[in-house]
Design a protein around this ligand. Structure first.
Ligand SMILES: NC(=O)c1ccc[n+]([C@@H]2O[C@H](COP(=O)([O-])OP(=O)(O)OC[C@H]3O[C@@H](n4cnc5c(N)ncnc54)[C@H](OP(=O)(O)O)[C@@H]3O)[C@@H](O)[C@H]2O)c1
Length: 278
């Protein structure tokens, strides 16, 4: 039975993937921040699921997981690491406190890379089976919308790190796959509705209020999380996996936006966000 480590399995894509992997005959080790959630998952998924505590913002949990990974995977190596845990910081780049941007990178970028570095020695032991690293990026790692600067920047970093890793790890026969979801039905949208900052008294206020409507519309167009699970399980099973895969309703839109002139895309985004000079 092949072993897979998945980060952030308490909800959304990670949770659905965990269920899908166990049902497909994999042994899953999931990371959670809350042990209660881990115990509940263990009770519902059975003996092929176990969990580790990991909070990318807490140094002590990263240090602890390093020791645990060594113990666990020295016995039986790892076939795949799915870097899924993530959060989305949004707001105007001009005003967001730098600590918020650091938090965004701590979780989506530095935590992801540090865990990957910890796992590579154990992935490489399975080199005859082409072990793999699956990084959950986003279409926001391909194009950047207004007020999504921190999140997009973190996903662009995930894209770049994944490309570099793939071009280095071919030496070890380790595959690196980038999954680029568009809007997916997960709790991330509900979290996006709660802005912890008050932007009133700023030029951005009226447009950020408008974002609630934009989030509603985007969420309405979101596709079921099962589509992402299906794509990941497919890539885990392929002899020659794809290097990147967009999972979205209109997947053709994103590559197109990347080749259009910047000013055209600015116009589309400005219109979409209802922005106008005041
Ligand atoms: N949903 C979409 O439309 C969409 C689109 C493109 C890409 N994605 C990407 O898909 C991945 C999963 O997102 P989702 O939509 O499934 O969102 P979600 O339901 O909010 O799940 C996020 C997961 O990440 C974990 N997490 C958050 N902060 C963490 C931290 N500091 N340390 C460790 N784990 C942490 C969460 O744990 P807690 O429950 O403890 O907070 C949760 O398990 C993310 O990388 C996201 O950027 C999502």
């Amino acid at each position: 039975m092949k072993r897979i480590l998945v980060t952030g399995v308490s909800s959304g894509i990670g949770l659905d993937l965990c269920k899908g992997l166990v049902a497909s005959g994999y042994e899953v080790l999931g990371t959670v921040r809350n042990p209660k959630v881990g115990e509940e998952l263990k009770a519902s998924l059975g003996e092929n699921f176990s969990y580790l505590i990991l909070d990318m913002e807490k140094r002590e949990t990263l240090d602890a997981i390093k020791t645990k990974i060594k113990d666990i995977f020295s016995e039986k190596p790892l076939f795949a690491l799915v870097n899924n845990a993530g959060l989305a910081v949004s707001g105007p780049m001009e005003l967001l406190p730098i600590e918020e941007i650091k938090k965004q990178f701590e979780v989506n970028v530095f935590g992801l890379l540090e865990l990957t570095q910890m796992c590579i020695p154990f992935l490489k032991k399975m080199d005859q089976l082409k072990p793999r690293i699956v990084n959950i990026s986003s279409v926001s790692g391909l194009i950047t919308n207004a007020f999504m600067g921190p999140y997009s920047a973190s996903k662009y970093a995930v894209e770049a790190m994944s490309d570099a890793l793939r071009r280095e790890l071919f030496l070890r026969n380790i595959e690196v796959i980038i999954i680029e979801p568009g809007p997916i039905q997960t709790p991330i949208w509900e979290k996006a509705r709660h802005d912890k900052f008050d932007w009133s008294d700023t030029v951005y206020d009226v447009f950020l209020k408008n974002r609630a409507k934009i989030i509603d519309n985007t969420e309405k167009s979101a596709i079921p999380v099962a589509e992402v699970t299906k794509a990941i399980i497919d890539e885990l099973g392929r002899q020659k996996p794809r290097t990147r895969r967009i999972v979205a309703a209109k997947s053709w839109v994103y590559p197109l936006l990347r080749i259009l002139p910047d000013r055209w895309v600015d116009g589309i985004m400005i219109k979409m966000n209802g922005l106008r000079k005041i």
